[in-house]
Design a protein around this ligand. Structure first.
Ligand SMILES: Nc1nc2c(c(=O)[nH]1)N[C@@H](CN(C=O)c1ccc(C(=O)N[C@@H](CCC(=O)O)C(=O)O)cc1)CN2
Ligand SMILES: NCC(=O)N[C@@H]1O[C@H](COP(=O)([O-])[O-])[C@@H](O)[C@H]1O
Length: 220
């Protein structure tokens, strides 16, 4: 970074599992023109492989183990305190599997993103791939949204579609959805760091204009 340049926006990633989305963000952040830096990676699970990925990328890590707290509020309070130590400009949930309290969401409102494996508003919550298969859907996909108190109900910024094949299983579908996730998330995080997306009351502004429908990743 040249001496006269302001520091890049600080991105803190929270993950609970394998961390393939984290890896996609790490890889993207290594591009010369990426407008952000991953300052830390946190997890609620001490054995999350995402922590190993961060360590291998020489990114600071921390664990706030939800099993050590008697309530969701106490866990979120400890998590908030640890997050604040890193002074992030953006919080990215990348397979973070804890429902966050209203206090937490309000503390980071407008700088808290999540990636969800469905075409929201369809299939909020868990087990989205099997639910799409069971419903006989032919189209599925992934959404990146601002996080609000309502679980997976925050304004959607961008989506990518995945066609469902007749012989798809939840596992084969998840694999193709994740391929799209790894492309979409870095794009949206880049937009945020460039100041191109903002959260309104219950809408998204993109380049200062109301986003009437989610940005769509081109099919290719
Ligand atoms: N207040 C909000 N919290 C979270 C949101 C959100 O939009 N608002 N998004 C989720 C991410 N997510 C789906 O994208 C999700 C994560 C976890 C769960 C869930 O039911 N978790 C259980 C525990 C499950 C487990 O530990 O394996 C729980 O917290 O009791 C649903 C949806 C992140 N948080
Ligand atoms: N409801 C939240 C949820 O299901 N998130 C999903 O968890 C996976 C994490 O994978 P990763 O750890 O390899 O990035 C991703 O597919 C993400 O969409």
């Amino acid at each position: 970074m040249k001496a006269d340049q302001p520091p890049l926006p600080r991105i803190l990633v929270l993950a609970s599992g394998s961390g393939t989305n984290l890896q996609a963000l790490i890889d993207a952040s290594r591009e010369r023109d990426f407008p952000g830096q991953i300052c830390a990676v946190g997890s609620n699970r001490p054995n999350a492989f995402a922590l190993e990925r961060a360590a291998q990328a020489h990114i600071e890590t921390f664990v706030v183990d939800h099993q050590k707290y008697d309530s969701r509020e106490e866990f979120d309070g400890a998590l908030m305190a640890e997050i604040r130590r890193h002074n992030p400009d953006l919080l990215v949930l990348a397979g973070f599997m804890r429902i966050l309290t209203t206090d937490f969401v309000r503390a980071f409102r407008g700088r808290l993103l999540n990636i969800h494996p469905s075409l929201l508003p369809k299939y909020t919550g868990l087990n989205t791939h099997q639910r799409a298969l069971d419903a006989g859907d032919t189209q599925h996909g992934v959404s990146v949204h601002f996080v609000t108190e309502e679980l997976d109900g925050g304004p959607v910024i961008a989506q990518a579609e995945v066609s469902i094949a007749p012989d798809d299983t939840a596992e084969t579908l998840a694999e193709r959805v994740q391929e799209k996730e790894h492309i979409l998330y870095p794009i949206v995080v880049r937009w945020f760091c460039e100041g191109r997306i903002q959260l309104g009351t219950d809408y998204v502004l993109f380049d200062g204009e109301l986003l009437n429908s989610p940005m769509r990743l081109p099919d290719n």
